[in-house]
Design a binder for this molecule. Structure first.
Ligand code: ZN
Ligand code: ZN
Length: 346
């Protein structure tokens, strides 16, 4: 066991504070990672606040982890000391179900082990990336290519894969008109990745406040959803809309923006059930879909793609002591576009 400095919420809704946690000794297939950077995902805040149900405390959030391997177990074959690596939202799964065998561990039928606020197969709670070291089975570690700086790579481990996976699955590419709904931590990654895939990209954002950024990051068009004219002008325009919004949405209105057989895929999750007139999908043979992060092989594919296209997240690097302020700013959408903790400051 190793004692490691960390930032933790001692109880639900409590501010995060500096503490120490124990990391397990490296087992046969484990790697020990010196964490360099950890992104702040909106879901960290949801879980600290128990917005998604009862959680485990103390909680060390963080599932956008980038660092350097500092020790490997005797059975490890994929990584060696000094390798640049990342860890995302999962650190284990059953590895036996059809989804795990297909590399879709995020949909493990027995439930995967979350990087934090989870219980490992050893019965111990998991602690995330707001800490200086983490021990993870090599099968749930991915490689960060040399061309990608670790600080801007960290948010790819959740925000990046969350957008890459549905864009690939629903064939974003040349000749396709893709709309990214919401221009935040997730949405800005969607703009960059959809653009790099060759699609014609439109941002649909509440206002035009971030229009310059959207166009700079790769969008071809930018519309305000607060303007009713947007919905008239863009009727039957898109092959694919990816919604990153977690506030209540008028799905019937957004479905009118799809071409026939278009797809509206959700990666954001409004807390309340939605109201849907099924004629909105019957007419035009449309699909309303969902997507959650991505499997380990696809996460590696995404990192390789991002490195090849020079894509990192747009970040504001902070010291660990600023984390509570950063949480407040995330909740008021006051971040461009992801806070990343320099874990050397913990
Ligand atoms: Zn996340
Ligand atoms: Zn499984």
């Amino acid at each position: 066991m190793t004692t490691v400095a960390a930032y933790a919420a001692p109880a639900a809704k409590a501010p995060l504070e500096r503490t120490t946690i124990e990391r397990r000794a490296v087992r046969e297939f484990d790697v020990l990672i010196d964490i360099k950077f950890a992104g702040i995902c909106h879901s960290d805040i949801h879980q600290v606040q128990e917005g998604w149900g009862e959680a485990i405390f103390p909680m060390v959030p963080g599932h956008e982890i980038a660092g350097i391997v500092s020790e490997v177990g005797p059975g490890v074959t994929r990584y060696k000391v000094g390798d640049r690596v990342g860890v995302g939202c999962m650190v284990d799964s059953c590895r036996e179900c059809d989804n795990c065998k297909a590399g879709q561990e995020q949909y493990c039928v027995k439930g995967n082990v979350q990087t934090y606020n989870g219980i490992g197969k050893d019965g111990e709670p998991t602690y995330g990336g707001y800490s200086q070291k983490i021990v993870v089975d090599e099968n749930f570690v991915v490689r960060i290519p040399d061309g990608l700086s670790l600080d801007v790579a960290a948010p790819l481990l959740c925000a990046g894969i969350t957008l890459y996976s549905p864009l690939k699955r629903w064939n974003a590419g040349p000749g396709k008109k893709v709309a990214i709904l919401g221009m935040g931590g997730l949405g800005h990654m969607g703009v960059k990745i959809a653009h790099a895939l060759g699609a014609e990209v439109t941002v649909l954002s509440q206002s035009l406040r971030k229009k310059d950024d959207g166009l700079r990051l790769g969008a071809d068009h930018y519309y305000a959803t607060s303007d009713p004219k947007t919905f008239q002008e863009l009727q039957a325009t898109f092959d694919l809309i990816v919604s990153t919004v977690s506030a209540p949405l008028d799905f019937n209105a957004y479905l009118t923006l799809l071409k026939a057989e278009g797809v509206l895929v959700n990666v954001g999750a409004p807390e309340e059930p939605i109201s849907l007139n099924l004629f909105s999908v019957i007419g035009g043979g449309k699909t309303l879909a969902g997507s959650m992060i991505g499997g380990i092989p696809e996460t590696q594919e995404m990192l390789d793609f991002c490195a090849a296209h020079g894509i990192g997240s747009e970040i504001e690097l902070i010291e660990a002591s600023e984390v509570n302020t950063a949480y407040e700013r995330v909740q008021s959408s006051d971040v461009r576009y992801r806070f990343v903790i320099d874990t050397a400051t913990i």
